[in-house]
Design a protein around this ligand. Structure first.
Ligand code: NHR
Ligand code: GAR
Length: 197
């Protein structure tokens, strides 16, 4: 008899609403995604997603970036908290702080982000406004490995949506977000199944 292989462990980093975190937690609880969620960590004490995670029985922590006098010290505190959970993957899900090169290197090949654009288009913030402004007819989201360069790492999976003539940033964001909730669990499952092949 072979020992059952333990599931991949995730630590999820959020800054706000946490709906992508929630889609990952729900996919894991339905066994569509073979992972254990070791912890959810927020840089904002008031992140709405923390409450959902607590109610789901997941370990939560807050590491408030405002309590640190440099990005380096904030990132060191984050890494210490994350490493205590020994994760296989660290998942940025609406995490809004740019990370130092040292942090990114420490999690090389294990650090993922979901970005609301069809990368390499529209790196950075306010992607939906910028896609409409540019007259795009197609927009979407990308799950990518995080590298030191912002929104520049290798893409794992993308989802596409049309931009409709009457769209504003909010209607377009909502259409993209619906796809994000399917995309992120699918991208993580892709990596997890490669890892255990
Ligand atoms: N860090 C590195 N090194 N590389 C990436 O690719 C990263 C990253 C950290 C976060 C997510 C990213 C996105 O998907 C992400 C990718 C925040 C900002 C930003 O400007 C930009 C891109 C992303 C996340 N943040 C401001 C800052 O000064 C703060 C904004 C705020 O707090 O509201 O860090 O879009
Ligand atoms: C999502 O649309 C995500 O792609 C985007 O913020 C939203 C977070 O929603 N991420 C970024 O812009 C990263 N800079 P959520 O908190 O409900 O998952």
């Amino acid at each position: 008899m072979t020992e059952p292989r333990s599931k991949a462990r995730l630590v999820i980093l959020i800054s706000g609403r946490g709906s992508n975190m929630r889609s990952i937690v729900e996919a894991a609880s339905k066994n569509e995604l073979a992972v254990d969620i070791a912890a959810v960590i927020s840089n904002r004490p008031d992140a709405a997603g923390l409450e959902f995670a607590q109610q789901a029985g997941i370990n939560t922590e807050v590491i408030d970036h405002k309590q640190f006098d440099s990005r380096e010290r904030f990132d060191s505190a984050m890494a210490e908290a994350i490493d205590a959970y020994q994760p296989d993957f660290v998942i940025l899900a609406g995490f809004m702080r740019i990370l130092t090169a040292d942090f990114v290197e420490h999690y090389s090949g294990r650090l993922l982000n979901i970005h609301p654009s069809l990368l390499p288009k529209f790196k950075g913030l306010h992607t939906h406004e910028r896609a409409i402004e540019a007259g795009e007819t197609e927009h979407g989201a990308s799950v990518h490995f995080v590298t030191a360069e912002l929104d520049d790492g290798p893409v794992i999976l993308q989802a596409r949506v049309p931009v409709l003539p009457d769209d504003d940033a909010d209607t377009l964001a909502a259409r993209v977000l619906e796809q994000e909730h399917l995309l992120y669990p699918a991208a993580i499952q892709k990596l997890v199944s490669q890892q255990t092949e």
